[in-house]
Ligand binder design. Structure first.
Ligand SMILES: Nc1ccn([C@@H]2O[C@H](COP(=O)(O)O)[C@@H](O)[C@H]2O)c(=O)n1
Ligand SMILES: [Zn+2]
Ligand SMILES: [Zn+2]
Length: 628
């Protein structure tokens, strides 16, 4: 492709280059702010998960508008506050660093430009997500570059990579980490990925049940060294009823040896805000997705009888945790949790700063790096003007404002076309999980292409499948094991907007020219979280938002004659679901009957840009953004 990405989509005939211009990040500040100061305990946690490359923040949603540089400043200030108050603060990430944003996915190898930016945060503990393991080159980057850089802070207790030199699978990071916090707490940490099976052969994922049989694990749990607290973290849902959760299994193994030692759990992968009580001395937090949420968890209860804690028990001048894990708990420990909206107003409020005084040079440098990479990758280039917002789950699947009937089906119908077979009837099937985010009204940029459809899943096909058989595939897929998407609420805003008058300024300029945080007389739109502690966890109060169920798979019917069914169809699908499609077609269909539909390089990253060029050219030079 040329630098204007003009080669995407064989059916595209719309000349677009004259329309290409740059938009810059939107207003960074929230519409409405946090409700109360955080409760600081003896041991505190700041938690990110499933960032998926969103280090630029949400450019079209003010309430999630902070960028990674803002978070660099915030995390440093919070660490200093902890030090000043005489308590510990651990910064933890639980993986899925790529797939979902141009910053991470517009390079040949995902993460080439985003990982050095992500590394601006001085995490105490990190672990690996499934999105670091789909593509071998990405897994090797984690193994050869980042695991080395992060050393014993990167814990991959059940994930190995193939070492081409030794010819062996070796742990990517450390299996576990035993360390002492600045205030003297002796911590044993494990980082456990759910039982993921979709990895390339560059890696090996041990099931949690196998991992707990490993000699190193038994030694770590049964060590004679004193342990004040376990940190059990992982790319792994914290809710025990989630079928992917394997943390409970590891928790149970620890409990066999340490019946009352606190176990603090931090999870991810299911993209929700959640907090789960495991027992009287153990609670777990999950902190959303896509740089919408920063998780906060704190605890108090350490004393000389149960720890080596040398700090301050109830830090002064701030609220302290007060809630036992559950009513009547026989435990010295009390807890708090909070889900912070990812914006500068939140960060400024919780560091007791002003807009003018908040920034550190280190944070501003990272903000500039984000802007520079966006510029280099041309992520702000505009390809169309989306006339409305289409969401994934805020309206029913068949609603015209749903992204599937509104955008995805028309887009694949118009763009996923093999010219030599365009007269054939066809069914195009995809997994709804591949469409990652709502499409917001306004300029549709190169970045938005990755935000909506980030994966490089090739379009494959089987020619001339009898329609009577082909039509049975979708219902079979949608009643099969991978059919259900997670229906728990997620903190996604519905109606926040970017201020169009700021459209061509850099993030720094915007801050300087709009120094005061604007407050609106509305409650911020977004999901309301309910967890094991109730419904008061959202740091900024949200209005509540619908979250409709989705089928696991979608299908477009293309080139069907009015009123009659075809004899046979080309059955087109993404390679991610090839084995499921073959299974549903039955034994007569095998992988040697499958080939690339357009060419093997035409993937699910390649249909949105040509579609935008085809249908969203009206108002492109004066494209209105969504109204709040
Ligand atoms: N090549 C791929 C890889 C993944 N997906 C979709 O992503 C889901 C997993 O994402 P998480 O952030 O929840 O780990 C997976 O279930 C697929 O739906 C894909 O479509 N193509
Ligand atoms: Zn994820
Ligand atoms: Zn995941």
């Amino acid at each position: 492709c040329g630098s204007d990405h003009s080669c995407y989509g064989p059916t595209n005939t719309v000349e677009h280059v004259r329309h290409v211009k740059r938009i810059q990040p939107g207003a960074p500040n929230a519409a409405y702010g946090p409700k109360a100061p955080l409760e600081w305990g003896q041991l505190n946690f700041l938690h990110t998960t499933d960032t998926h490359g969103w280090l630029e923040g949400h450019l079209k949603e003010q309430n999630y508008g902070a960028d990674w540089g803002d978070f660099v400043t915030f995390s440093r200030r919070m660490k200093q506050t902890a030090g000043n108050m005489g308590v510990d603060l651990l910064l933890i990430d639980t993986g899925d660093l790529h797939d979902g944003n141009g910053l991470s996915d517009a390079t040949t190898i995902d993460g080439t430009d985003s990982m050095p930016i992500f590394d601006g945060i001085e995490y105490d503990l990190l672990t690996i997500g499934n999105h670091e393991l789909y593509i071998s080159e990405v897994a090797y980057e984690m193994f050869n570059t980042w695991a080395r850089k992060w050393g014993d802070r990167y814990i991959t207790s059940n994930v190995k990579a193939f070492n081409q030199t030794s010819g062996q699978y070796e742990y990517i990071g450390a299996t576990h980490r035993y360390f002492t916090t600045p205030k003297g707490l002796r911590v044993m940490a494990f980082g456990v990925l759910f039982d993921f099976t979709g990895n390339s052969n560059a890696s090996q994922v041990l099931k949690a049940a196998e991992m707990v049989q490993e000699e190193w694990f038994k030694n770590a749990v049964e060590t004679c060294e004193p342990i004040d607290v376990f940190v059990l973290f992982g790319h792994n849902p914290v809710r025990q009823t989630d079928s992917s959760n394997t943390l409970k299994l590891v928790f149970d193994e620890i409990r066999k040896v340490h019946p009352t030692t606190p176990i603090q759990i931090l999870g991810g992968h299911s993209h929700i805000r959640d907090f789960a009580v495991y027992d009287d001395n153990s609670v777990g937090i999950e902190s959303g997705r896509y740089c919408e949420t920063l998780g906060w968890m704190s605890m108090t209860g350490f004393d000389a009888s149960n720890s080596n804690f040398k700090g301050v028990k109830n830090p002064h001048g701030v609220p302290n945790p007060t809630r036992p894990a559950r009513q009547g708990a026989k435990s010295p420990f009390v807890y708090s949790r909070r889900y912070l909206d990812w914006n500068r107003q939140t960060f400024i409020y919780h560091t007791k700063q002003t807009e003018a005084a908040f920034d550190y040079g280190s944070g501003l440098r990272v903000t500039d790096e984000v802007s520079q990479v966006r510029e280099e990758l041309k992520l702000g280039d505009v390809y169309g003007c989306a006339p409305q917002t289409w969401c994934i789950s805020c309206v029913p699947f068949n609603d015209t404002s749903n992204i599937f009937p509104g955008v995805v089906l028309p887009a694949v119908s118009a763009i996923v076309v093999n010219k030599t077979r365009e007269d054939k009837s066809r069914l195009i099937i995809g997994n709804t999980g591949a469409i990652r985010f709502d499409l917001h009204q306004g300029p549709f940029t190169y970045d938005d292409n990755f935000i909506v459809s980030p994966f490089r899943d090739a379009f494959l096909y089987i020619p001339d499948v009898p329609y009577e058989l082909a039509k049975t595939v979708l219902p079979k897929l949608n009643s099969g094991p991978i059919a259900k998407r997670d229906l728990v609420t997620m903190p996604v805003p519905r109606d926040s907007c970017t201020d169009p008058t700021l459209g061509y300024l850099t993030r720094r300029e915007m801050r300087q020219s709009h120094g005061v945080v604007r407050r609106q007389e509305v409650v911020t739109s977004g999901y309301v979280t309910t967890d094991d502690f109730g419904s008061d966890g959202d740091d900024t109060v949200h209005t509540g938002i619908e979250n409709y169920a989705l089928p696991g798979y979608f299908q477009a019917e293309v080139n069907f004659a009015e009123g009659s069914n075809p004899e046979a169809v080309d059955l087109i699908f993404v390679d991610f679901i090839e084995s499921l499609i073959l299974a549903d077609l039955g034994g007569n269909y095998t992988s040697d009957m499958v080939s690339c539909y357009i060419d093997c390089d035409f993937t699910s990253q390649d249909f949105m840009l040509p579609y935008a060029k085809l249908v969203w050219q009206e108002n492109i030079d004066n494209c209105p953004l969504a109204q709040a």
